[in-house]
Design a protein around this ligand. Sequence first.
Ligand SMILES: [Zn+2]
Length: 411
Amino acid sequence: MSGKGVFQQLVESQQSANRQQFRQQRIVDIKRIQEIRKRPLVVYVTSLNVPPRVTNYISHEDIVPFGEVLESVEGDAVDVLLESPGGLSEVAQELSALLRHRFKRVGFIIPHAAMSAATMLVMSGDEILMDHRSSLGPIDPQFVGNDGRPQPAQAILSGIKTIKKLVDEEDGGHLHPVYIPILRNIDPGKYQMALHATELSKRIVRDWLVEHKLAKWTTHKKSGRPVTVEERESLAEKVADELCTHGKWLSHTRPIKIHDLERMELEITDYGKHQELQQAIWSLWVRCHHLLSSTNTYKMYESECVDFHKLAVPVALQAGGLPLPVPPGQRGGLQVQHGHAVVEVQCVNCKSAYKVQANFGAPQPMEPGAEPFPKDSMLTCKKCGAILDLTGLKMQLEAQVRQPLVLEANT
Ligand SMILES: [Zn+2]
């Protein structure tokens, strides 16, 4: 390999190229992959690095755009290029149901990482495509701990198991007083939830594997002997159990690589063995990654014909002289005075702050330190070159103030 990589070329061309050009380049890659795979490709990728409380995980907001992207393609087979930190397993089930409603054959392509609930979703496919750079992750359920951070639900289960073992083996059936405060702190409701959540994750994956991926496993490769129903179920159980055992992986974010999955006897398509496919997948993934890391787009749903992007708009609103409740997780401030609003926008990449003035009704004099709302709603960060798409902010402001933004004051 020589010359410039895709990412370097993109960074260099960022100032001159626009979003349409980037989209055209992605379509070229999508078509290359479709040609090799002989089926349509849809893209569902998420930024792993977002401001607090941006829903970059699999959540209910995915259902409509994901469904529409699926409707934009033809045929009864599809590939999904997936990048996701995970999210709600019930939504992963909904996404799989959307896929299965339309398609007989579903392949998941993982160029980089599909963790947690995204790993579960991958297990609903007929085919899993990875190379040496791809990772899946453990699927053990997480609870929100007292510090607001996710904690493995199974930590509660294994804590109790350890105490029980010590009591049985070492203390001759007596509970040492040292354990009493620990046990008092364990919420019995949470203990049950941990048990049920673990069982549910396993069951979802096991059932999907039996129904789809392992249904195609009909003959033992070495002996040529036919595979029995029991063998299929037992392998599905084993894989689900292993993916769902926190104690095995020790961290919920531990990458599970192609060789780990093959060791579990799960067949993976290593697209690293197909150079042209590997190059096309990598190129498309890098283009998506570049967009996610250099703009405020945090989710992309695309096919050859449609593209939907979710944008993080960092802003808090105050309009009409009346303070409005600040939406959770949104930053900055806004005051409406004399028919204009000054919004503080923070660069998603380098955190530089900009004051953007939006005028309503008629052009207004500029506030000190503020810059006019960009005509095309695209604000370029002067420090790092990131492009902040303020389309969502414009719509939000207009809905709040109930009149259109005046853009003449730009000059
Ligand atoms: Zn910046």
